[in-house]
Design a protein around this ligand. Structure first.
Ligand code: GLU
Length: 331
């Protein structure tokens, strides 16, 4: 009989700005899932998204998390130091015909839309598939622009994994989810980096190499999951279970941002809030504590019940928990 698999989770911050209440709430749930299962939790810095990565933000995020009482197993895996690993995965995908360079501009892709699209993701019909023998040949044809790598989402070898292009899975929080990837996204972007070092490929490769058994993250990434699962299948990797939780939003229902006020952990620290007051507030508003009194992460473990987490996004108003709010408690 195979041994039961031990839970391995991960915290995967992107150092694109300061850690705020929204990040903390997702990490709190991720930490509780792992520790309540007696499992391991790893720390991975997703710092490949260059233009948006802020110097010092990675260290600041780790400091904030430690201050809040988070711990993790082993050191911090830094994606920018693992480029060769992602490059090798990209070469494998390209050699098997799953990845190809594309020289279409965003305007080209927009013009090719057969139906109005919502959000960021455009449908790409595969115009450049089979067109260039190499990335260099593609690059020469579109200089000074740089080609991007796309994933051939209707590759015949994926037929067993995604019947008629449809990837279906059951998310631990969000429930049944499926997407006809070729119809909805077409050949989606795999990496903007010529060597493959970008979020999409790197996270799939790292989750596999690090033995992650469950991904806990914000449900803004739920629609990206079927595409990531296809990439994993093409590489011959099993994909971890997933648990996508609603985001924290402002009172307007929009994802928490600067205009909603300062919810950076560093601002609470500076204002003299205690780590327990931040955790206690988030735990209360996430159904994980009976009131907003200060709590340690450890103390939430005893009766952690993921089913208590509300299905709706967590709306936070400017006076709910701010450095000047009543829930602030002295350091
Ligand atoms: N680094 C991503 C973020 O901070 C999370 C990606 C993931 O969990 O797969 O939004």
């Amino acid at each position: 009989m195979p041994l039961p698999q031990r839970y391995v989770g991960r915290l995967a911050p992107s150092p694109t700005g300061a850690l705020h209440l929204g990040n903390v709430r997702t990490f709190m749930i991720a930490w509780l899932r792992a520790r309540s299962a007696g499992g391991r939790i790893l720390m991975r810095m997703e710092d490949l998204d260059h233009p948006h990565c802020k110097p010092g933000a990675a260290q600041a995020a780790l400091d904030d998390l430690r201050w809040l009482g988070f711990d993790w197993d082993g050191g911090c895996t830094v994606q920018s130091s693992r480029r060769g690993i992602y490059g090798a995965a990209l070469l494998r995908l390209a050699a098997a015909g799953f990845a190809y360079p594309c020289v279409c501009s965003r305007a080209d892709v927009e013009r090719a839309q057969s139906a109005p699209h919502a959000g960021e993701q455009l449908h790409y019909p595969g115009t450049c598939r089979g067109r260039f023998p190499s990335w260099e040949a593609a690059a020469a044809s579109c200089a000074p622009r740089v080609p991007l790598w796309r994933f051939y989402s209707s590759h015949p070898a994926l037929a067993a994994f995604a019947p008629r292009g449809t990837v279906s899975f059951s998310d631990g929080f969000a429930g049944a989810y499926s997407m006809d990837v070729p119809a909805r996204l077409g050949d989606f972007p795999l990496a903007r980096d010529p060597g493959g070092a970008g979020y999409m490929l790197a996270s799939v490769v790292d989750d596999h190499l690090q033995g992650v058994t469950e991904i806990v993250r914000g449900d803004d990434l739920l629609p990206a999951t079927p595409a990531q699962m296809m990439v994993a299948a093409a590489l011959g990797f099993a994909f971890p279970a997933t648990f996508h939780v609603p985001l924290v939003t402002g009172m307007d229902g929009m994802r928490l941002a600067k205009r909603h006020g300062d919810t950076r952990v560093s601002a609470y620290r500076l204002a003299g809030a205690s780590p327990g007051s931040v955790i206690g507030f988030l735990a209360f508003r996430s159904g994980l504590s009976p009131d907003a009194r200060p709590r340690t992460l450890q103390s939430l473990l005893r009766d952690f019940d993921p089913a208590a987490i509300p299905r709706a996004p967590l709306r936070i108003g400017p006076h709910d928990f701010g450095p000047g709010s009543p829930e602030k408690s002295p350091g």
